[in-house]
Design a protein around this ligand. Structure first.
Ligand SMILES: O=c1ccn([C@@H]2O[C@H](COP(=O)(O)OP(=O)(O)O[C@H]3O[C@H](CO)[C@@H](O)[C@H](O)[C@H]3O)[C@@H](O)[C@H]2O)c(=O)[nH]1
Ligand SMILES: [Mn+2]
Length: 774
């Protein structure tokens, strides 16, 4: 194992921090070479300026600007991959401890829309969490429903009935995957083991359980498609005359573990916070803050896990893994425990590059070797104390704060029940509430009300942050800024599995939101550089954040750069070194190393060449569509013209158990051949993408048909041809029918923009071209 001086080794019988050995360090070294090549290309560009060896000042400047950014960006990425570490946890050691010694954990699941996020999916996530290997009386599961949907409540009520059969079954047979849809998916991986089969009663129970699950699924489906009406009355009466954006607080204790025994079924609570039309609700961040307060006043566990509704616990020991980190490391080294994001519905050859597992691994493991991984919004365990903005040291000033109710009130709001729970957390006193249902009844709905947070620090110094639609990065950064480190816990099998969008329009919406959200953080007082200067964010950690936050901006530079070849072809100029120049060698070597490295990495991860190409291609497509739009949204928001909304990502319905093999992903309305094929809709995001294609096609066509092009080099042509290849799915879209075709309104608008672009290029040529011939 390679020792690294900048990585402190922390070890305990529960959790070890281990530097990752040389293969990844080689990655860093190769990237160092690429960095040197990038720098030498910049030097070449400067020299060509001083030698007066340029034929177009505009392209020179733009190319220099973009290349400087690429070099800087590459340097930032190198920083991340320089000292990767991994954490190894030993849950079996912890599970030997007495249940009484294990801390309580509140489990949060968020859902926002019963149509985009099928309730059966939320139900599976909830069941997988309630069934984990951990004393049941130490767990409570809270579901936030931003959709205020009686269907969601109904589904959870059904789920709680099923849970009473499912959880004992899972524990009896040590089921490995406790999301029933997955367990019963028919996939070979989840077939009962030989040992189980030998037990005579197993088959009977297995079949019975499968039938129960099917019944529950059917009931929920029938309620969803209206075949069976939910009866308004009892618990559902409160939903009458409500809409998603206008309704009172609804909190229902669906199931209470009254015996409080380790073998029981964990509590299950439904929460739909109050919403009113003129009251900002801050999307997911707002929902998380309400869950924090409601759970505080009810079970008040010192630790909280949060997952998105599509992300089930794939490893039954997941809470034990997390507790190994919290109990095995020094508190300041373990502010939160983030599990990698992994997905189960990956499309073949990953056409939309949604499988970011490799990238996430590099970033997560890399940052883990600095000040700790970023918080990625789901699959993460937090400390309640830090979420409230307190220090982890029980020093005098905290005790002081505790007495000072006024200070607490100012920052955390004015609810007696909730403030009492906060005081308890400050004292590290974890005695649970006696009776959940009466606690819920007494709890003023105020803590989940839409004006509770007015004048408090919620959304700024307390809880999940409101200043960005990527509330996760913002919130994690606040914790790092306060000087704490976080942990990256790669359990095996993976801790959680979620879904990725499986169609292009949905992917575009998601990428657009991420771009906007990240830029919102960067261009604000939350900029990581300030946190390094004025707070406790480490310098290298700050660089890592700068790299992540500018993910969208890098693509914008890339988009500009990709337009340069067309500009050059249209104006008979060049911006890349000519074939005979030595700089061309540097360029070619750099591109070769970079892409070969990526290719090898893909192959090492067991992925195909196709995946590598798809990744390259879709990056260009995202730049010209979603990222461009995300950037524009950010600009409009920055100058105060428009708000940014959190548009929920549409999720595919999980397969029912009758499907033979869930590992083969199925698109629900197309034949298998079309899975992953590009689909289009009326979204304006397709306009710039199509325009980009038209511009390249026009430039290439014009030079083929005799347009003057003696100064254009081979580099410009190859670049442009490559861009057309990347946009080949769009070429197909021009001729495709139905959703496989680009709508004619989009094509017309794009043609208009392309015409204007070509015209402007040619008009500007006369302004920028340096007349060398006198
Ligand atoms: O008003 C809202 C909007 C969303 N959500 C929930 O937020 C979660 C994430 O939403 P999703 O549409 O799945 O967004 P993704 O882009 O897939 O989510 C990623 O990116 C988000 C930040 O942009 C993070 O919050 C997520 O955890 C992370 O998985 C889901 O459970 C939603 O139900 C709400 O509770 N209320
Ligand atoms: Mn999601």
């Amino acid at each position: 194992m390679e020792e690294n001086s900048s990585v402190k080794l922390v070890s305990s019988p529960l959790c070890q921090k281990i530097p990752i050995k040389s293969s990844l360090l080689n990655r860093a070294k190769i990237n160092l070479i690429i960095l040197l090549l990038l720098i030498s290309l910049l030097v070449y560009r400067l020299l060509s300026y001083f030698n007066n060896d340029i034929n177009n000042g505009f392209t020179w400047f733009l190319a220099f600007l973009c290349e400087s950014w690429f070099t800087f960006e590459h340097f930032l990425s190198l920083n991340i991959m320089w000292t990767p570490v991994q954490f190894k946890t030993h849950p079996q050691t912890l599970s030997q401890r007495d249940a009484a010694e294990l801390p309580a954990v509140d489990l949060f699941v968020t859902t926002a829309d019963a149509t985009l996020e099928p309730p059966i999916m939320t139900v599976n996530t909830v069941l997988s969490l309630m069934a984990v290997d951990y004393p049941a009386h130490k767990l409570a599961c809270y579901v936030s429903d931003d959709g205020c949907s009686p269907l969601t409540l109904y589904s959870l009520v059904e789920a709680s009935k099923f849970a009473r059969l499912w959880i004992p079954f899972c524990k009896k047979y040590d089921v490995q995957v406790r999301a029933p849809f997955r367990y019963f998916s028919g996939s070979a991986a989840f077939r009962p083991s030989d040992d189980d089969k030998k037990r005579s009663e197993f088959h009977l129970e297995w079949r019975g359980m499968k039938k129960e699950y099917e019944n529950m699924r059917q009931k929920i489906e029938e309620a969803a498609n209206g075949a069976v009406q939910i009866e308004w009355g009892g618990d559902y009466a409160t939903f009458e005359n409500t809409t998603k954006s206008d309704h009172p607080t609804i909190i229902k204790v669906i199931w209470e573990n009254k015996e409080r025994g380790p073998e029981g079924i964990p509590h299950l609570v439904y929460v739909s916070r109050e919403k009113r039309p003129n009251c900002p609700h801050h999307y997911k961040a707002g929902a998380m803050n309400v869950l924090t307060r409601v759970s505080g006043a009810m079970t008040n566990a010192p630790f909280m896990l949060n997952v998105d509704c599509d992300m089930f616990a794939n490893n039954p020991k997941i809470v034990l893994h997390a507790m190994c980190c919290f109990l095995g490391l020094k508190p300041q080294d373990c502010a939160f425990v983030q599990f990698p994001q992994d997905f189960y519905n990956q499309l073949k050859d990953d056409p939309f590059a949604t499988n970011m597992a490799a990238a996430v691994q590099i970033v997560g493991g890399g940052m883990a070797g600095i000040q700790g991984p970023l918080y990625i919004g789901t699959g993460c365990f937090h400390r309640r104390k830090l979420i409230y903005g307190f220090s982890l040291d029980n020093n005098a000033d905290v005790q002081g704060k505790e007495d000072d109710r006024k200070v607490l009130k100012e920052s955390l709001g004015n609810s007696t029940e909730f403030l009492n729970s906060v005081t308890q957390i400050l004292k590290d006193d974890s005695s649970p509430v006696q009776d959940l249902s009466s606690a819920a009844a007494q709890l003023s709905p105020q803590v989940a009300g839409c004006d509770y947070e007015q004048g408090t620090s919620w959304g700024t110094k307390v809880g999940w942050g409101y200043a960005s639609v990527t509330e996760d990065i913002l919130t994690g950064m606040r914790i790092h800024r306060e000087g704490w480190s976080s942990v990256w816990c790669g359990a095996n099998p993976p801790g959680f599995l979620g879904t990725v969008p499986t169609s292009l329009p949905v992917c575009l919406l998601q990428k657009k939101r991420w771009t906007t959200g990240l830029l919102q953080v960067f261009f604000s007082k939350n900029n990581p550089l300030f946190d390094t200067l004025y707070a406790k964010l480490g310098f290298r950690q700050s660089l890592a954040y700068i790299w992540i936050l500018n993910w969208g901006l890098s693509s914008i530079f890339d988009l500009c750069y990709s337009l340069l070849p067309t500009y050059c072809i249209l104006t008979n100029s060049n911006f890349l070194p000519k074939a005979h120049e030595p700089a061309m060698v540097l360029l070619v070597v750099r591109l070769l190393i970079q892409h070969l490295q990526n290719l090898c990495f893909n192959l090492q991860c067991g992925l195909s060449v196709r995946v590598w190409w798809n990744g390259l291609r879709i990056a260009k497509i995202y730049s010209a569509t979603s990222i461009l739009f995300g950037f524009l949204c950010f600009l409009l928001n920055f100058v105060g013209i428009s708000d940014v909304a959190f548009e929920v990502t549409q999720k595919d319905q999980p397969d029912s158990c009758d499907d033979q093999d869930s590992d083969d992903h199925k698109d629900h309305d197309v034949s298998k051949n079309n899975v992953g094929r590009f689909t289009f809709d009326e979204s304006p995001m397709f306009i710039p993408g199509t325009t980009f294609l038209f511009v390249h096609l026009t430039a290439l066509a014009l030079s083929l048909f005799g347009h003057e092009h003696d100064k254009v080099g081979v580099g410009e042509y190859l670049y442009s041809v490559l861009m057309v290849l990347c946009f080949w799915p769009f070429v197909r879209g021009l001729f495709g029918k139905g959703k496989y075709g680009i709508p004619s309104s989009i094509v017309l608008k794009a043609a208009g923009f392309a015409f204007i672009f070509v015209h402007l290029c040619r008009a500007s040529a006369s302004v920028f071209l340096i007349k060398r011939d006198g």
